[in-house]
Design a protein around this ligand. Structure first.
Ligand SMILES: NC(=O)c1ccc[n+]([C@@H]2O[C@H](COP(=O)([O-])OP(=O)(O)OC[C@H]3O[C@@H](n4cnc5c(N)ncnc54)[C@H](OP(=O)(O)O)[C@@H]3O)[C@@H](O)[C@H]2O)c1
Length: 242
């Protein structure tokens, strides 16, 4: 297995849930972390947790809907390292509703954060990833493979996210850059707790996938020898009936 020690990693959605768990798993492997999301205090708390695990970690407030924030992060990485080993795309928005009732404002927000923001981040970081050469991880969703009723808008953004990953892989594999897509089912995160609340159902996180399950799988895939590339992983809670 390859070592991730001292590898530079940018993690979006690092302030919470799956992104936070992956950041901490990378910290355990000795990677140096650039933690991106909007809530600075939460990012600083995650940075402290990562530092306690022996890693270097930096809180980088970034709103994916703001081009300027993405540009500033790109400039910082260019200035400080000139290369990037891991770009992990995990943050974003979600809203529910039937197509008849869903709001266009929600669609715009999900497009801007989930698709356009991450697209802009990939474009910004590609020259740095080429230098490493690095790896890109798209944390997608089972909704990127199916189109469940009541999540049509979100599902559309996740299908776009999948399409970008697939064409990007074919574009940059020749430069030695790997592209991994993860499609998780329901995972015990603050987002999921809010969703159960909205659905009026009792929240039993112990019956769901754990963010650490996904983090473990991602870290393992990133460490595989460069003779291999894992392209797509679907992961579901073991308990299907909940
Ligand atoms: N939980 C699940 O069951 C599940 C299942 C499948 C896929 N996923 C995927 O996993 C990813 C993380 O979800 P989660 O469950 O861990 O949710 P979460 O705990 O709510 O975390 C969402 C993350 O996205 C960040 N974010 C949201 N809007 C942003 C913006 N405009 N700019 C920058 N960061 C933004 C949030 O940080 P700030 O609020 O601090 O900006 C937060 O760190 C999502 O992409 C989701 O589609 C989750």
């Amino acid at each position: 297995m390859e070592s991730l020690k001292n590898q530079i990693a940018v993690v979006t959605g690092a302030s919470s849930g799956i992104g936070r768990a992956i950041a901490l798993s990378l910290a355990l492997q000795g990677a140096e972390l650039y933690l991106a999301a909007r809530r600075k205090e939460l990012l600083e708390a995650v940075a402290k947790e990562a530092q306690a695990l022996g890693a270097r970690a930096h809180a980088c407030p970034v709103d994916l809907t703001k081009d300027e924030d993405i540009h500033v992060l790109g400039e910082k990485l260019q200035r400080e390292f000139g290369r990037l080993h891991i770009l992990l795309l995990c943050g974003g928005a979600i809203a529910h509703g039937t197509h008849e009732k869903a709001s266009l404002a929600d669609l715009d927000l999900m497009y801007r954060s989930n698709v356009r923001g991450h697209y802009a981040l990939v474009q910004t970081m590609l020259p740095l990833l080429r230098k490493a050469p690095g790896q890109i991880v798209f944390i997608n969703s089972s909704a990127g493979l199916r189109s469940p009723v009541g999540a049509g808008q979100f599902s559309a953004t996740q299908h776009a996210f999948r399409s970008i990953a697939d064409s990007l892989r074919d574009e940059i594999n020749a430069d030695g850059i790997r592209v991994l897509c993860i499609y998780p089912g329901r995972t015990a995160t603050p987002r999921m707790e809010r969703l159960f609340d909205k659905e009026g159902r009792a929240y039993k996180p112990e019956l769901l996938l754990q963010p650490e399950d996904i983090a473990e799988m991602v870290t393992h895939s990133l460490r595989l020898p460069r003779t291999a590339e894992v392209t797509d992983i679907s992961i579901r809670p073991m308990q299907k009936s909940y």
